[in-house]
Each structure stands twice: as C-alpha cells, then as structure tokens.
Design a protein around this ligand. Structure first.
Ligand SMILES: Cc1cc2nc3c(=O)[nH]c(=O)nc-3n(C[C@H](O)[C@H](O)[C@H](O)COP(=O)(O)O)c2cc1C
Length: 208
C-alpha cells in the first residue's frame, strides 16, 4: 500500500479502548499519511464512562495523550467533509467499535451522518470497510444487518480479542486486536503476536 489515507470512526458501543489503540497505532505507523477521525455523538458518552475522556473538543489529543500528527477530527454532523464523497481518494474505513445502531444505518444505506455516509461511500467505491461490531448477545436484527453489510462488501470483524497471546491487561488485549485488524488491511505491525503452533515451534513442516 502507498502512504495510506484512512478513515477511523468510534461509535457508541462498549470497547472505545480498541478505537483509542487504533488511533495510536496509525499515528505511529510510517506507512500512514493521514487519518480522518469521526466520533459519533453517542460514543462521547461511552468514552467518558470507559476511558474518563470527556468533552467534544480536543478528543484526539485526549485519546492519543499527545498532539495528533496525522489525524484530523470531523463532526459526525459534517456531511460536507471530504470523506463524504467517493471522489476523495481513500484507502478504506475502520469503525471500531461499531454499535448495532451504526451497523443498521450502514446495512440499510441511510447515510444520515458522516460516519454512515463515509461507510456508504466506502462500499460503493469498493474500498475496504471494516466493521468491528460489539454487542452481546446478538438479536436476529443484528445478525441480519451483519449479513446485509457483508453482502455489500463490508468485513465483519467483531471485537473479539484473543487470549492465546496471554495479554497482561486490557490495553495490551486491545492493541493485539488492533494489530489483527491492521494486518487484515495490509498494514502488519511490529510486535503483533503470531501464533506458530506446536509443529512450527518444533520445526516440523517448517520449510524456511
Ligand atoms: C456505556 C454504554 C455502553 C454501550 N454499549 C453498547 C454496545 O456494546 N453495543 C451497542 O450496539 N450499543 C451499545 N450502547 C448503546 C449505543 O451507544 C446506542 O445504541 C447509540 O444510539 C449508538 O449510537 P451511534 O451508533 O451513533 O454511536 C452502549 C451505550 C452506553 C452508554
């Protein structure tokens, strides 16, 4: 991938720590040129609950704990932002975490907020759209909407972290999950845990 131009959205599902770690990883990645960031109105409430980050202003600074070098924040009401148009070149969009409400809006093409519109555009331009959905348990509407979105080209990448890497805390768990998402869109990360399996540990079937 050339210097990547990505869109990241955080919506009002539990697990905003995943979104924070995504922003941090992209800021640190030299292959990434710019990040368009949108936080839904409802995500602000969850950020306050889960991360103690409050207020609409300087959201990026608070999440990154530093001045953003690549990321720019847009209001979810700003349907005139560049990412609302397919003519604006983008390498894809990640919604992390993705609420069932936002999933429904995308699955049904509502395009009624910047997040839903940018996702709609990402699908119509056949660019990668990663929906890191979070809810439990799923009702039949959620399951149907996931199928609809997947049929339209989205990747359903649920916020289900791994445990075989023995994460020591929730931040590390979130970081490793984010690394899986980034590997999926062609940005493998240093420090990502890769399962080798017993065969490879013992050199069985290892052709390298
Ligand atoms: C603390 C908290 C946790 C929530 N967790 C979830 C969740 O895991 N999944 C979900 O779909 N909605 C969750 N919600 C509800 C959404 O925030 C709500 O449906 C909202 O309308 C989603 O709007 P948005 O998609 O525009 O962000 C949560 C709300 C709060 C306050």
């Amino acid at each position: 991938m050339e210097a990547a131009n990505l869109t990241v959205a955080i919506t009002g599902a539990s697990g905003v720590v995943f979104g924070r770690e995504m922003l941090r990883a992209l800021e640190a990645d030299e292959r990434v040129a710019c990040v368009h960031f949108v936080a839904s109105e409802n995500s602000l409430r969850v950020m306050a609950e889960e991360l103690g980050v409050s207020g609409r202003t300087q959201c990026l600074e608070k999440l990154l704990d530093a001045s953003p070098q690549k990321a720019t924040q847009y209001s979810d009401a700003d349907i005139g932002a560049a990412i609302a148009s397919g003519s604006y070149p983008s390498n894809g969009m990640i919604i992390l975490p993705c609420s069932m409400g936002t999933l429904a809006a995308i699955a049904h093409g509502l395009a009624n907020s910047l997040i839903a519109r940018a996702a709609d555009v990402t699908l119509k331009e056949r660019r990668p759209l990663i929906l890191c959905v979070r809810e439990t348990p799923f009702n039949r509407i959620h399951l149907r909407n996931m199928t609809l979105a997947a049929e339209a080209g989205a990747v359903i990448f649920p916020c289900i972290p791994a445990f075989y890497n023995k994460p020591t805390d929730s931040t590390e768990m979130a970081r490793q999950f984010v690394f899986r998402v980034l590997a999926h869109i062609g940005l493998p990360q240093p420090g990502a845990y890769v399962w080798k399996g017993k065969d490879r540990e013992q050199g069985i079937g290892n052709r390298e």
